[in-house]
Design a protein around this ligand. Structure first.
Ligand SMILES: O=P(O)(O)OC[C@H]1O[C@H](OP(=O)(O)OP(=O)(O)O)[C@H](O)[C@@H]1O
Ligand SMILES: O=c1cc[nH]c(=O)[nH]1
Ligand SMILES: [Mg+2]
Length: 225
């Protein structure tokens, strides 16, 4: 397993995850390669969640030659993936390669960049659309957003999810790059969530961007400015 348990989060340490994230960070990686990189990273993270959190059960298998015992991943039909629009869309596309039968939720959330960060390091968040599947006690819920900066978006998103779902098997917050501030904030506000990320970066700049980070993930994937 290539997940490292730290005090503030679980780190996905798979070599391919690090390689893919480094290409995403590169300023010369253009839109198509950036989007494909997010898809790839989502798939790798999905496999890591399967390996680290889901486990297998024994099943009888008949090969062309004999009866034998095989293993099957448990709980693949009890997975909920929440796509935090918009930057998570390619990331979720990759996750769905690992969890093809996942139930899917969508929450459209955006930071009010014009209002800016307040003195507590928080952004006002606008939530425009929420559509979630039914979430039950057997479900592994994965809330995906490639960037966890101040944590304002994720806290607002989790508030909506928890208002509709009070019982689940596991709740993962999955990001590609996290800032220490965001991890602390989400960890304090939703202690029940397991925070999973590929990298924990150094700090936030005065505009609330992760440094070194990878810039604005939504803009780079969707070619907006
Ligand atoms: O932790 P926070 O400080 O809240 O920042 C993280 C959020 O910022 C980005 O979204 P953005 O608001 O840029 O929307 P977009 O996905 O449409 O680009 C990113 O995808 C996160 O949702
Ligand atoms: O660094 C950041 C912070 C928020 N959103 C992004 O896309 N990048
Ligand atoms: Mg953005």
């Amino acid at each position: 397993m290539t997940i490292e348990d730290r005090d503030d989060a679980y780190l996905v340490t798979h070599a391919l995850a690090k390689d893919t994230l480094s290409r995403l960070r590169d300023v010369s990686t253009e839109q198509v390669a950036f989007r494909k990189g997010l898809v790839k990273l989502g798939r790798i993270c999905g496999y890591e969640i399967i390996d680290g959190a889901m486990g297998t059960e024994y099943v009888p298998v008949r090969t062309p030659l004999a009866e034998t015992t095989g293993e099957r991943v448990k709980g693949m039909d009890d997975v909920v993936i929440v796509n935090v629009l918009r930057a998570a869309t390619p990331f979720v596309e990759g996750l769905l390669k690992a969890f093809p039968r996942a139930k899917q939720g969508v929450i459209s959330a955006g930071r009010d960049e014009e209002a800016g960060m307040n003195d507590d390091g928080e952004f006002p968040i606008t939530i425009d659309y929420v559509k979630l599947p039914e979430i039950g006690p057997d479900d592994t819920v994965i809330v995906a957003d490639p960037m966890l900066a101040t944590g304002s978006t994720m806290c607002a998103v989790l508030e909506h999810i928890l208002a509709e779902a009070d019982d689940y098997e596991d709740l993962f917050v999955l990001s590609a790059v996290s800032a220490p501030d965001g991890l602390v904030r989400v960890g304090e506000e939703v202690p029940d969530a397991d925070l999973l990320t590929v990298a924990i970066d150094d700090h936030l700049d005065e505009d609330g961007f992760i440094v070194p980070g990878l810039g604005d993930a939504g803009d780079r994937a969707f070619r907006t400015t």
